[in-house]
Design a protein around this ligand. Structure first.
Ligand code: SF4
Length: 229
């Protein structure tokens, strides 16, 4: 397989609607997988996709001042933060009950998210990562992987329980608020409801990982360390 490498594409030609093989780079999926692309278009006719995709595209449009921009009376600018987009998307989908899977370190944020979503008329269930109060070793983690004293109990995050409790509550959309790397993957894997991430955990940057891509002060922190630290 020729691996797709869109992040290295110099022209992002697809964005411009350009399919000319003379300009597409060698790794371009439009050059290498035209049949796959035609096949995938058909998937957008599937019932579940039709329920979600057009509405999500409408929410994308509504994140801009598109009316004024179309009329040419204002430049196109964003007008909604993501939390509002999540709320509007849930309402547009006709969702009544949503779930929040959150981290202990973002308890305050989870309470704020709950309050906002409730003001939008949504019923909100939430499950903390430490729910169950199970020691990490009982969850199959070697004692030396504990953050504190390996000889002492340390409650582990429990993303499968978070997912299953929200599954049992019948939530229709689940929202991740700061789950750890890997725990978020397990939660997503076991959640029956659609999952969106509102906040990614990044302890170092105040949950704003994009900062590390820009500041030169993080350059040595983001690259692999020779000592593996
Ligand atoms: S699909 Fe092709 S043109 Fe578009 S970003 Fe990827 S490599 Fe570039």
């Amino acid at each position: 397989m020729t691996l797709p490498q869109c992040a290295k594409c110099p022209g992002k030609f697809c964005y411009l609607g350009v399919r000319d093989l003379k300009v597409l780079p060698s790794f371009c999926p439009m050059r290498n997988y035209p049949e796959k692309i035609r096949e995938i278009v058909k998937r957008y006719k599937e019932e579940e996709v039709r329920r979600i995709y057009p509405l999500s595209t409408m929410i994308e449009r509504d994140a801009y001042n598109w009316r004024e921009a179309r009329k040419g009376t204002a430049p196109r600018v964003p007008v909604r933060p993501r939390i509002r987009e999540v709320a509007e998307f849930c309402k547009a989908l006709g969702v009544k009950r949503v779930g929040i899977a959150f981290c202990i370190g973002l308890s305050d944020e989870a309470a704020r998210v709950t309050e906002i979503l409730e003001k939008h008329g949504l019923e909100v269930c939430s499950v903390l990562c430490k729910c169950g109060a199970i020691d990490k070793e009982e969850l199959g983690v070697p004692a030396e992987y504990k953050i504190g004293d390996p000889g002492k109990p340390e409650v582990g995050c429990n993303p499968i329980l978070q997912a299953e409790l929200l599954n049992a509550a019948g939530t229709e959309v689940n929202i991740i608020v700061g789950l750890c790397v890997g725990h978020d993957m397990l939660f997503t894997r076991f959640s029956k409801a659609l999952v969106t991430t509102l906040i990614v955990k990044d302890r170092f940057t105040g949950h704003n990982p994009v900062i590390s891509l820009y500041t030169r002060y993080h350059r040595n922190l983001v690259l692999p360390s020779e000592k593996g630290g």
